[in-house]
Design a protein around this ligand. Structure first.
Ligand SMILES: NC(=O)c1ccc[n+]([C@@H]2O[C@H](COP(=O)([O-])OP(=O)(O)OC[C@H]3O[C@@H](n4cnc5c(N)ncnc54)[C@H](OP(=O)(O)O)[C@@H]3O)[C@@H](O)[C@H]2O)c1
Length: 242
């Protein structure tokens, strides 16, 4: 049995990943603030939690591994994220930058730390898939918090990969750019104030021209890569370049 811990599992890309992993016979531990929209499934366990509350993260991972720890392989998929605040530096709404960094950067780091600490005696395959963004490598005016948090995730993953390269049973870790996907996050981007986000027209056009991936298509490509022999050979990848 392959087991997966998926954050941001309630909708968008995360919900599509959960549906396909279950359909392939996987066991899934799904986390979001409200997982009530996920259809019940014998191999699905859900936990509602705010991942921006960093104090919860070690216990969350211990709970997940207590359930999944005997699986043949265990994969942590850090997918939860927010593009907010869409605001230029000097105009951050109070509290939003800290909250976004806690969700987009601190949560993947601490979940990964707890995953490695508490699964070190697991003899099967262990993987970490961090869902990053092309915004980690390309600066977009108005997205400084998002760009910085995803760049942090990428460099964390590179560092983790260097550490694991000399480990006895190395964790295979990848930070992956999933492409542009038709989810609520893209709706938020198109609803942004153009004064704060001057690049908005490009994202309006991508939607109007039918250039967005569906969550199901993106999830299928990501899972195919996750299960391939190539997964982990490079710590930062763009799904569009595979
Ligand atoms: N969509 C794109 O074009 C695109 C492009 C590049 C990268 N990405 C990345 O792909 C990932 C998924 O994005 P998406 O487009 O599917 O976003 P989405 O539709 O907005 O979904 C975000 C998910 O994260 C969860 N979440 C948000 N805040 C949370 C919190 N504080 N605690 C726990 N869970 C929380 C949400 O569930 P709840 O509201 O129930 O908590 C939801 O399940 C993100 O990391 C994003 O940066 C997306």
């Amino acid at each position: 049995m392959n087991a997966y811990i998926v954050t941001g599992a309630s909708r968008g890309l995360g919900a599509a990943l959960v549906a396909q992993l279950l359909a392939q016979g996987g066991q899934v531990f799904a986390i979001a603030r409200d997982t009530g929209s996920l259809p019940a499934h014998a191999q699905l366990m859900t936990l509602d939690a705010d991942l921006a509350d960093s104090s919860l993260l070690p216990l969350l991972m211990q709970r997940a591994l207590a359930v999944l720890g005997t699986a043949d392989s265990i994969t942590l998929i850090n997918n939860a994220g927010t593009v907010q605040p869409i605001a230029q530096v000097g105009a951050y709404p109070a509290g939003e930058a800290e909250r976004a960094i806690a969700l987009n950067l601190t949560a993947p780091l601490l979940l990964c730390d707890a995953f490695i600490a508490h699964s070190q005696h697991h003899h099967g395959l262990r993987r970490v898939l961090n869902i990053s963004s092309g915004a980690a490598a390309t600066p977009y005016a108005g997205w400084s918090v998002y760009c910085a948090s995803k760049a942090g995730v990428d460099h964390f993953t590179r560092t983790l990969a260097v550490e694991q390269a000399v480990a006895a049973n190395p964790v295979r870790a990848v930070s992956l750019y999933p492409g542009v996907i038709d989810t609520a996050m893209q709706s938020e981007i198109r609803a942004a104030d153009v004064a704060q986000f001057p690049g908005k027209a490009r994202f309006d056009a991508l939607k109007a021209d039918g250039q967005l991936s569906t969550p199901a298509a993106a999830a299928s490509a990501i899972i195919g890569y996750l299960h391939s022999a190539a997964f982990g050979s490079a710590p930062v990848m763009d799904i569009r370049q595979l």
